[in-house]
Design a protein around this ligand. Sequence first.
Ligand SMILES: O=c1[nH]cnc2c1ncn2[C@@H]1O[C@H](CO)[C@@H](O)[C@H]1O
Ligand SMILES: [Zn+2]
Length: 387
Amino acid sequence: MTNQTDPTGNTPDPDQIHRAPKVLLHDHLDGGLRPGTIVELARDSGYTQLPETDPDRLGHWFREAADSGSLERYLETFSHTVGVMQTREALVRVAAECAEDLAADGVVYAEVRYAPEQHLEAGLSLEEVVEAVNEGFREGERRARTGGRRIRVGALLTAMRHAARALEIAELANRYRDLGVVGFDIAGAEAGYPPTRHLDAFEYLKRENNHFTIHAGEAFGLPSIWQALQWCGADRLGHGVRIIDDIQVHEDGSVKLGRLASYVRDKRIPLEMCPSSNLQTGAARSYAEHPIGLLRRLHFRATVNTDNRLMSYTSMSREFEHLVDAFGYTLDDMQWFSVNAMKSAFIPFDERLAMINDVIKPGYAELKSEWLFRQTASTSGSVDEPS
Ligand SMILES: O=c1[nH]cnc2c1ncn2[C@@H]1O[C@H](CO)[C@@H](O)[C@H]1O
Ligand SMILES: [Zn+2]
């Protein structure tokens, strides 16, 4: 890695990034399958549409096909993952492996989303889909614990923005509240499908005191973010990268925020940023030019996320490696992003606080203290040298 060196010495190396406790708010269940699992599920269910049947080649295919520069083409690849996630067994397996994989990557808390309406082709009901995924998450948490890792996973139920089932899915999310589902989301092609199309679902959730995030400001700009916040009342923004269009950076380095960007920062609206995904869909040109750098400097409530680990060939550790490389981030920056994410989670406040104080901060303190002890050891060594 070619990161800029940090005078305090706590620029993390890949091993530290991996061990650091990480919090993930934006990850799609159907965007994170293991290639080998897709191949096996396709074989077992008679799904014949896979473009490759060798796991390595299939993984590569997803990454290449998703690297298209457009959100619409990126989303086409999901037909294959959704295609093999149509039975109870498949959903339990995929959800369990998701929790296991995230835990193995050092994620301690995750909110994982999926659209129940996309898993009904083989006759499951919406309720059966939700229960299968919940069962899988619990199983994955157990396996992680057995392997010495702890993770907590909550589900977000997504409604597809081109479809007309948002209210029904919002009601489903409300029914399974406190039973493994922590919130609601809308996803899918953004241009042509403004958030206000689903206003009834959002108004319903507000009346129920429930939580939701909205994919906005990814493939479409400020009007989408504005609607998501001011018409729909979103608690968080999925991506929200295009908020950058409302921020002017002058030659002398001074910065002027427009009304919407000010609102987002002042109200501490969490931005679920997914750098690798944005590079693939054309929402950003490079890691170094990704708006997260400026937004972090300006103290927006930015968080780091994977979006789709399979399509974007990523993990939380990889996202942080890219950001450390691009911006010279330190363990303190990683802690800042992780605490931001935990503060923005949809679980109750006291539980968020306990995760921050009992898991995240001690985890970073330990990593930082390792460095201190390494320093002390090398310093005392040199003192002992005869001069
Ligand atoms: O970055 C994204 N933007 C918009 N929609 C997405 C993104 N990633 C995945 N999905 C959509 O969300 C569905 C449920 O998980 C996926 O099937 C995919 O169509
Ligand atoms: Zn997404």
